[in-house]
Each structure stands twice: as structure tokens, then as C-alpha cells.
Design a protein around this ligand. Structure first.
Ligand code: NAP
Length: 211
């Protein structure tokens, strides 16, 4: 059994995302997951080099990591990992899960938390069927999100005789907030107060991000 800061870990949440930038929607998703799935801790895992994104599309991994640290600092069960930002090459989830299994052991349960749209692409992820054996997924959805696409995904997988991932759906009203909208707002000079923690807004302005 793994122990983190004196706490025995049986159920571990991995909050996977680009966090460009982190916002209250992400924080509420992680807290709801912690509560609803009785997680012991949630580790935020900013992607270093998201496999499906082109260079130049996102700001530096270090800035995204630091904003994630600032945003989560006051929560005793939130942690932030540098695993993906320090690993060279594309940030494949399979590599992260292998590293986490080595650190925390095989006997605990792993929950990979991310946006439902990202999980919809799971068939294209590297070693996806291996991933299904290493974790289950918490797919965060915005209100009104249609689950039809997931039915298609499970139909396609069944027809191709592929294994299916274990997915729990979690509707998060705060996910009306999106990183894309925040980036647009900063560029347009519109306010982002109450969409991101004040400290994250200050970091963005101080460092001239998203101009
Ligand atoms: P994305 O395509 O930028 O995001 C898809 C949607 O999900 C967006 O609406 C996004 O909202 C939302 N979202 C992203 N992370 C979230 C989170 N933790 N909680 C709630 N909503 C979230 O996806 P991404 O951020 O690049 O990738 C998501 C995760 O999947 C990352 O950990 C990435 O490494 C992993 N991934 C792995 C592979 C692979 O292993 N081959 C391939 C693709 C993705 P916002 O824009 O507001 O965040």
C-alpha cells in the first residue's frame, strides 16, 4: 500500500489535461471526482507534449505546470506531477500509467480523469487496450453533452472485437468554462476573474501569456 504525506492510498485519481490554462471547471471536476469516487488523492498531470497537438499551438509546459501548482496549492488532496513535462517526446498516457504503477504499485485502483471529448478519441491512443487494464476513466461532460458518440464508440469497438474502456460519466456544470474561451478573452482584453483563480489570472498577466 502506498503512503503519500502520511495518507494510505487505495484509489488514485490522475487528472490528465493540457491545462492551457487551468480553470475552475478543471478544479471542480477534480474535487467532484475525489468526492464521488472516494479517491484518496488526485494528481494533476499537465501534458508535456500532447500527442495530438502541434508545436506552437500551446504555451510552454513550465508555464502550464506552474499555473496548475498555483491553482491547486491550497487543496490538501491535490498534487501536481512533473512526470509528463519532464519526459521527452509525446506525452502518451500509457507511459504515464506505467510510471505511476511503478511508483504506487499494482494493488491500488487508478482513475484517469479527463474531458469526455478526449476519451472519445481513445481508440487512437497508443496501446489503448493495455491502458484499459491499467485504469478506468472518469469522463467529465458539460451539461447537455450527448452520450450518442460514446454509443457509436462502443458499437465500433464491439464490431471490431476491440476491448472496451471502463468509463464513468461525470456531469460538471462548471465545465461551461473552457480554456479556449479564457485564451480568447485574454487576447480581447475581456475579464477572466471568477473563471480562473485570481493567482492564475495574475500569473497570466504578469507573464504576458495568450496575448
Ligand atoms: P483536449 O483535446 O484539449 O480537450 C478535450 C476536451 O476535454 C476539452 O473540452 C477540454 O476542455 C476538456 N478537458 C481536458 N482535460 C480535462 C480535465 N482534466 N477535466 C475536465 N475537462 C478536461 O484534451 P487534452 O487536454 O489535450 O488531453 C486530455 C488528456 O488525454 C491528457 O492527459 C492527454 O495527455 C491525454 N491524451 C493521451 C493521448 C495518448 O496517450 N495517445 C492522446 C490524446 C490525449 P479545456 O480545453 O477547457 O481543458
Amino acid at each position: 500500500m502506498s503512503v503519500v504525506k502520511g495518507k494510505r492510498i487505495k484509489r488514485l485519481g490522475i487528472m490528465g489535461g493540457t491545462f492551457n490554462p487551468i480553470h475552475y471547471g478543471h478544479l471542480v471536476t477534480a474535487e467532484e471526482s475525489y468526492y464521488k469516487f472516494s479517491l484518496d488523492i488526485v494528481i494533476f498531470m499537465p501534458a508535456g507534449h500532447p500527442p495530438h497537438k502541434k508545436d506552437g499551438e500551446i504555451i510552454s509546459a513550465e508555464d502550464r505546470y506552474l499555473m496548475t501548482v498555483i491553482a491547486t496549492a491550497s487543496n490538501p488532496h491535490f498534487f501536481v506531477s512533473r512526470l509528463e513535462i519532464e519526459r521527452p517526446g509525446p506525452s502518451y498516457a500509457i507511459d504515464t500509467l506505467r510510471e505511476l504503477h511503478q511508483i504506487y504499485g499494482e494493488e491500488i485502483e487508478y482513475f484517469f480523469i479527463t474531458g469526455a471529448d478526449a476519451i472519445l478519441e481513445i481508440l487512437t491512443w497508443k496501446d489503448s487496450e493495455k491502458i484499459y487494464e491499467m485504469c478506468s476513466f472518469i469522463a467529465a461532460t458539460r451539461p447537455g453533452y450527448s452520450l450518442e458518440k460514446f454509443k457509436e464508440l462502443s458499437l465500433t469497438s464491439t464490431q471490431k472485437k476491440n476491448k472496451l474502456p471502463k468509463v464513468h460519466f461525470l456531469e460538471v456544470p462548471a465545465l461551461a468554462i473552457s480554456s479556449t474561451d479564457i485564451r480568447r478573452r485574454v487576447k480581447a482584453g475581456s475579464p477572466i476573474r471568477y473563471l480562473v483563480p485570481d493567482e492564475v489570472a495574475n500569473y497570466i498577466y504578469k507573464n504576458g501569456l495568450y496575448r
